[in-house]
Design a binder for this molecule. Sequence first.
Ligand SMILES: C[S@@+](CC[C@H](N)C(=O)[O-])C[C@H]1O[C@@H](n2cnc3c(N)ncnc32)[C@H](O)[C@@H]1O
Length: 273
Amino acid sequence: MPTGETSGGHVVADPTQYSGGNVEWSPAFLGNFLNLGYWVDAPRTGPLTAADRIKASENLYRLVARALPVHPDDRLLEVGCGRGAGTHVVYTEFGPAELVATDVLRAQVSLAEEHNKDLLEKAGGQLGFAVGSATDMPFPDGRFDGLYSVEAIEHVADVGAFAAESARVLRAGGRLSVTTFFARSVEAGPKLAELIPTFAAGHDKATTTDEVRAALEGAGFADIVMQSIGEHVWQRFDDWLGLNGYDDHWARNCLKAYTAGLYDYYAISATRA
Ligand SMILES: C[S@@+](CC[C@H](N)C(=O)[O-])C[C@H]1O[C@@H](n2cnc3c(N)ncnc32)[C@H](O)[C@@H]1O
């Protein structure tokens, strides 16, 4: 069972995975990012550099921001910002009027504030970080024009609650853009738990794409697009691990689980009706 902190009554991710320095995960993740990466700009084969690794993580953020898309007047909410490295990308490259980035763990929010100290000063109130859960967002109804999330919703047990909370804080016509991994079928759940300890521990949930679509529809979202982007995620993440000494690490099973058709990485967008 996860030994999570709680926020709004929801048990959340194991803080031993996300609260500390994550030294054990370096160099799997670099640049204060904690995502598998969208390796669309990296060479398809052969060696990879640290710059490739960081760009892949940044590119997941570029992907979700383009799918919103971001307009200069937009007020945006990020869910599960981690250490705020991607928040920096969205704020500086896409220029929304306002961006509030949230994470359920206070420790992550503190690191995000520390890493973005200069930008926070420059932004003068247009950028902020706050503690908030994907299923309990501390904002009034209709507060945002757009909501995005990179590799956080895999931790959420109740995807219906996430969809409902997203619909609540978005104005009518507001946009949602999410990227992360989801199971391809209900039957995949036990097999994912056999291969990947974070599923076995309940840290990652085997939510299916059908459940995500039903949750979004049920919360009143329309124009739902769910696109597999796994072709540009799993192989090169695995290659990166292989190039960096993770020979016997369980994380090498992620590619195996994808290749076996158990789960995939998705870019999902929708409009709040
Ligand atoms: C894999 S990390 C991704 C962080 C960041 N988005 C990135 O790409 O670098 C997942 C993040 O989601 C946060 N998280 C887990 N459960 C959450 C929840 N229920 N609501 C909001 N954030 C959550 C974790 O604390 C962690 O910072």
